[in-house]
Design a protein. Structure first.
Length: 209
């Protein structure tokens, strides 16, 4: 008996699984080596696919990198208006701790940052993502969740950086606290301290003269 050709649905599922394997392998490779150091051959080997499929599905290394950035923005959840800000911050902290490749990817992106990136489509999408975060903090200020004399952009910058610290500066975490940066007891204590910091920033502080 001849083998039956796969149906259209089966082919789509196979393509989706292949694409997903490539994305997962790329996340690890980019997280370990950054964009410049990552190799499509290594990504293909990690994914167990032919290297040509990276060009087929993502139009090459740059398209694959952009697809990862888009996924991060869609899955990290910039604004969660129904949650207290402390819970949002704790969520980012947990995301960075449990999915360290994402945080490492952001760190590599920062190290390789150049002024030329400001004109790219991906940079515009990233600005939209962070603008939404700033708008959410501004809304929280109006509701009294955060002091009115704070600049929302700098609040986002401060706590965004704080949530990345365990991944980007694990040696500093260890030297300051005596705990590994990925230890559950450290993450619990750190999340609680960030919550307390936010509580101290709450209320209606008078604007500086």
């Amino acid at each position: 008996m001849s083998r039956r050709s796969p149906s259209g649905d089966q082919r789509r599922r196979d393509a989706e699984r292949t694409r997903e394997r490539i994305l997962e392998a790329a996340l690890v490779e980019f997280g370990e080596h950054g964009f410049a150091g990552a190799r499509t051959s290594a990504i293909a080997a990690r994914a167990g696919v032919n290297q040509q499929l990276i060009s087929y599905y993502f139009a090459g290394k740059e398209g694959l990198y952009q697809a990862l950035q888009e996924r991060w923005r869609s899955t990290s959840g910039a604004a969660r208006p129904d949650e207290p800000m402390a819970d949002v911050v704790a969520g980012f902290l947990r995301l960075g701790a449990t999915q360290r490749s994402w945080a490492r990817l952001l760190a590599w992106e920062g190290l390789a940052d150049t002024a030329a990136a400001a004109d790219t489509t991906d940079e515009a999408q990233a600005r939209t993502y962070f603008t939404a975060m700033v708008d959410d903090v501004r809304r929280r200020q109006r509701s009294g969740e955060l002091a009115a004399d704070l600049d929302p952009a700098y609040v986002v910058l401060t706590f965004f950086a704080a949530t990345l610290a365990p991944t980007v500066l694990p040696q500093v975490v260890r030297r300051l606290t005596g705990l590994p940066a990925d230890a559950p007891e450290f993450l619990d204590a750190y999340a609680e301290q960030l919550r307390r910091m936010l509580n101290h920033l709450a209320g209606s502080a008078a604007a500086p003269e």
